[in-house]
Write a protein of this length. Structure first.
Ligand code: NG6
Ligand code: CA
Length: 529
């Protein structure tokens, strides 16, 4: 028997065939949404400062939870032992020692990363992400003449790939204590203009020296210029009173701003750089944390940081985003006790070892200066584990380019290595085989890690910053030292004399890395000139 099918029915059948599976399968057909990326960068937080890295004198349940739900790296690094160069490298994927002017930025520093520079933010922005930085910037604002505090503050983050920013412009021991929202100082009253400078504006301007007895936290070195909120700072400022914040409110404000950003963008892929100021000086957390640790304000600031991490995770949970968000937790440099204020950090430290078992801290190229907590969590996508792979904050630009399947022009992210598989805990993933770390960049101090070997090179023959018994001290060390981190993680035994061949190979490797201008392999030959 012949079945007759009318042309109309044929058309309908054809349409159905072309339109794909039935309604219920539609989601399965769509390409997976790109994961959100949240980078939480702590400030001056050491390897041993959180309980999941061995701290016993303080408990950090939220950071510990992040670690237990993700990968806790035992060999995670930042690329420098001070703030500005690490942040520069995290954003640009380039070693900071390659670029002049990337050391600790003064209050009136112009924008250090020039517009047109590819950054992790611009890459993600081009990939369809909404991008924001909330927190400490410390990478300068404005053109060559520096920040125009009463006018448009550009260039800044918005000119290098961020759609929005809500910033502490420098670091909070430097003036001024105002928020910068996008291109403007927030709440600035034009009739009370903000002036920022290096010189005392008038002979009767109160300073930490002239009004020391009025301070709520005394200074120990530097930090004795303009007073705000009972704390004297580095640098001078006048005006902008309506715009000034209280140190105690910074963390709450940044959590609030992050919540707004995540809520606004919950349906789009987003990138949030949450740049905490904890546990940098002046350590003045919100009153509700005062006395909550046994370690004074430094410990209380660690608790505040942990609270922030908890709030961010809760937001992601509430908005059902945890399974679609890669969260990276890291620090910008190792720990320091007395960094300019008498806040009792050293006196109250007890048995706590902020740098874990490592030597050195902030300002140092010993492991304690740059080996820091480093956690990656992506619920559902990352199997919880502990990893010994070597990864660094400088690797995030290339690794997220890989994650979001975006090409990287050859001339960008020149020292950023693809460690995505290590970040995601893939079996047989490779971490870095070598890494160069630096101090603040002015003194020509380099640490080259290659396998388990670590070479120290000091170009200037003067004393170096080393933390001894938790105190920052200047000690004399030779121009080169060699350690084997597998046997001697505390870098106590300089074995350069016993391994002259290894030392020579590493000196050559370091010289070649500095001279060559890049360490990321040129992969995309079509883009190479
Ligand atoms: C140093 C400051 C220190 C801190 C540091 C920057 C003095 C004596 N020391 O110059 O207090 O501000 O710069 O820290 O002024 S960082 O983490 O932002 O790099
Ligand atoms: Ca820092």
């Amino acid at each position: 028997m012949r079945i007759r099918v009318s042309p109309a029915v044929l058309c309908l059948l054809l349409l159905l065939a072309l339109s794909g599976p039935a309604k219920g399968d539609k989601a399965a057909q769509q390409p997976a949404r790109k994961p959100n990326i949240v980078v939480i960068m702590a400030d001056d937080l050491g390897y041993g400062d959180v309980s999941c890295y061995g701290a016993a004198s303080i408990q950090t349940p939220n950071i510990d939870r992040l670690a237990s739900e993700g990968i806790r790296f035992t060999q995670g690094y930042c690329s420098a032992s001070t703030c500005t160069p690490t942040r520069y490298s995290f954003l640009t994927g380039n070693y900071a020692f390659r670029a002049k002017g990337t050391g600790i930025a003064p209050p009136n520093a112009p924008a250090i990363i020039k517009p047109g520079t590819e950054t992790i933010a611009s890459l993600l922005q081009q990939g369809g992400y909404r991008t924001a930085v909330v927190g400490k910037w410390h990478l300068g604002l404005g053109g060559e003449s520096g920040p125009a505090w009463n006018d448009e503050l550009k260039p800044g983050p918005l000119e290098i790939g961020f759609d929005s920013c809500f910033l502490l412009p420098t670091t909070n021991d430097r003036v001024p204590q105002v928020y910068v929202e996008d291109h403007r100082v927030l709440n600035l009253d034009p009739s009370d203009p903000l002036w920022v400078g290096n010189k005392r504006p008038s002979m009767d301007h109160p300073t930490g020296k002239t009004h020391r007895d009025t301070l709520k936290m005394d200074w120990s070195h530097g930090h004795n210029s303009t007073i705000h909120n009972g704390i004297s700072r580095i640098g001078f400022y006048t005006g902008g009173h309506a715009a000034r914040f209280r140190d105690e409110d910074l963390a709450d404000k940044w959590v609030e701003k992050s919540r707004e950003f995540i809520a606004e963008n919950r349906d789009k892929p987003f990138f949030l750089f949450f740049a905490s100021h904890d546990v940098h000086v002046p350590r003045m957390p919100h009153e509700r944390f005062h006395g909550k640790s046994a370690m004074g304000f430094r410990g209380d600031s660690i608790l505040q940081l942990d609270w922030c991490v908890g709030e961010l995770m809760e937001m992601l949970d509430e908005m059902s985003l945890s399974e679609n968000t890669l969260v990276v937790f890291c620090s910008d440099n190792g720990p320091v006790m007395d960094d300019g204020y008498k806040d009792g950090a050293l006196e109250k430290v007890g048995q706590h070892r902020a740098g874990g078992s490592f030597t050195g801290g902030k300002y140092s190229i010993y492991e304690g200066g740059t080996r820091t907590p480093f956690i990656a969590r992506w619920k559902g996508a990352i199997q919880p584990s502990v990893s010994e792979k070597v990864v660094c904050t400088i690797d995030l630009p290339t690794s997220v380019a890989k994650l979001t399947e975006q090409p990287i022009p050859d001339q960008t992210f020149t020292d950023s290595i693809d460690v995505l598989d290590a970040l995601l805990g893939k079996p047989n993933a490779a971490g870095r085989d070598h890494l160069v770390v630096q101090d603040n960049g002015h003194t020509g101090s380099f640490g080259l890690r290659s396998g388990d070997w670590k070479l120290h090179r000091y170009d200037k023959n003067k004393s170096r910053n080393v933390v001894v018994e938790q105190e920052l001290r200047k000690v004399r060390v030779p121009n080169f030292q060699l350690f084997n981190l597998a046997d001697d993680p505390a870098e106590q035994n300089n074995i350069l004399g016993e391994h002259p061949d290894v030392a020579q190979r590493m000196k050559d490797q370091l010289r070649q890395i500095i001279a060559s201008g890049r360490t990321r392999e040129v992969l995309n030959t079509t883009n190479a000139d």
